[in-house]
Design a protein around this ligand. Structure first.
Ligand code: SF4
Ligand code: SF4
Length: 433
């Protein structure tokens, strides 16, 4: 019989980490507890499951693994927990022990593998894919796909197709800069920064990278795009593919060390930023941990850096005031503690009114590729976010993470909302042009 606890090399856990005291303060913060309503789908219940699996008191079962896989990994429970339980680390470590277990949902695992393979494919394959996507769009296949997906949003394929077609307007923007390129500051140099391109962000959100470069160079940064960088490994780590995540991170450590000295590693995708900032979590040997800590300490979310370097020189007014709601990506708010800086930057832009969104830091259901692996629960989580947005009179919804942008765009289209979805840096760059 196959051992259900198959394994990647373990993700080390801090021996001194605080334990759960079962107080339940995290329960109201948990989106899956909210929509699924069972203790085993709450942070407290999942921590109890993880402890029981770890100690051997509980043998893995399909049900136990299902409760753990139903977690978004949004880490809202960490923000709410007064004891400081490092829930995210515990989850990643436990999923690594279950990676490839036959007890996991086979289709979800397959979908996850395919998506990871697609978004991390070599550049020439991605160029080919982008060309194919343009052809399919030109002949209207994306509209057909969207219509089919709208009728089957709670299937793996329906979810993947609706996200693919939601991304079409970003994919049609300027392409990502080529690795190896350097962009000079427009005035005296204040900083030298490296830009992380990511995987999905690199091929679908090239315009966001270009806007990042335009804003940072206007603020006096020399921006380098290091050669050899790759995926941050977050998608793999969330799924428990720890060896794959470690492989990507080693690749990045080499690439960013070769890029020479820089003051900050700028990231414009919340999930990648959180993964790179906390790169050391993946390693247990001192030498690699030291390198990972050095890299992680220089990670800066782009809006956080813009808030420090701003205000923008020569920002111009738009024709009419844009009313903008800001959605906190979980891996910015809960994992990196970046909340005030993006709001400060947006509030400072001419012609923009920031409209307060209730429960702005509650997950939208994207959570890496959770919306494809667990489509029904992701839709239920998204519903609350869309209702709170629909209560506002807004033109734009801004979010600093590609997954949130695709999830919210797909949901807004299905529900017939006309908000424009935008990364905050797109709104900043729009004031430069
Ligand atoms: S990470 Fe999010 S979904 Fe998972 S237990 Fe914590 S709050 Fe709930
Ligand atoms: S995770 Fe933290 S907040 Fe939640 S029950 Fe345990 S100790 Fe309390």
């Amino acid at each position: 019989m196959t051992d259900p606890m198959t394994t990647d090399a373990p993700i080390p856990l801090l021996a001194t980490a605080p334990e759960c005291v079962h107080c339940g303060f995290c329960l109201p913060a948990c989106p899956t507890y909210d929509v699924l309503g069972t203790e085993m789908d709450s942070p407290r219940g999942r921590l109890a499951l993880m402890s029981a699996l770890e100690s051997g008191d509980l043998a893995p079962t399909r049900a136990a693994v299902g409760h753990l896989d139903a977690c978004l990994g949004c880490r809202a429970c960490e923000t709410a927990c007064p004891s400081g339980v490092p829930y995210g680390e515990r989850l990643e470590a436990t999923r690594a022990t279950l990676h490839d277990s036959p007890l996991r949902d086979r289709r979800a695992a397959q979908a996850s593998r395919w998506i990871r393979a697609a978004v991390t494919a070599p550049a020439w394959m991605q160029r080919l894919g982008a060309g194919g996507q343009r052809v399919l769009r030109a002949v209207g296949v994306d509209r057909l796909a969207e219509r089919w997906a709208a009728r089957h949003p709670d299937t793996h394929l329906g979810a993947a197709l609706s996200l693919w077609s939601a991304g079409s307007h970003w994919a049609a923007q300027r392409p990502s800069p080529a690795p190896g390129t350097t962009f000079a500051p427009s005035g005296p140099r204040r900083m030298r920064v490296a830009l992380h391109l990511g995987c999905m962000q690199r091929w679908m959100f090239g315009g966001v990278h270009r806007d990042t470069i335009d804003v940072l160079t206007a603020l006096g940064c020399e921006v380098v795009v290091p050669v050899g960088q790759g995926c941050c490994g977050a998608l793999a780590a969330h799924e428990g593919a720890a060896d794959e995540a470690r492989g990507w991170m080693r690749h990045n450590l080499d690439a960013y060390e070769r890029a020479g000295p820089f003051d900050a590693l700028v990231v414009n995708a919340a999930g990648c930023g959180s993964s790179l900032a906390d790169a050391a979590r993946l390693f247990d040997d001192d030498a690699t941990r030291e390198r990972a800590v050095a890299l992680g300490s220089r990670v800066r979310d782009v809006l956080d850096l813009v808030a420090e370097l701003g205000p923008l020189p020569h920002a111009r007014w738009t024709h009419r005031t844009q009313r903008v709601a800001y959605h906190d990506a979980c891996h910015l708010a809960h994992a990196q503690g970046v909340r005030a800086a993006p709001r400060r930057v947006l509030e400072g832009l001419p012609g923009l009114e920031l409209v307060a969104l209730a429960e702005a830091d509650r997950c939208c259901g994207s959570a890496g590729i959770y919306n494809v692996t667990q489509p029904a629960t992701a839709l239920a989580v998204l519903e609350g976010k869309l209702e709170r947005l629909a209560a506002l009179d807004i033109d734009v919804v801004a979010a600093g993470n590609p997954g949130c942008l695709l999830q919210l765009e797909a949901g807004a289209r299905r529900a017939g909302h006309t908000w424009r979805l935008a990364h905050p840096i797109e709104l900043v760059a729009g004031r430069l042009r």
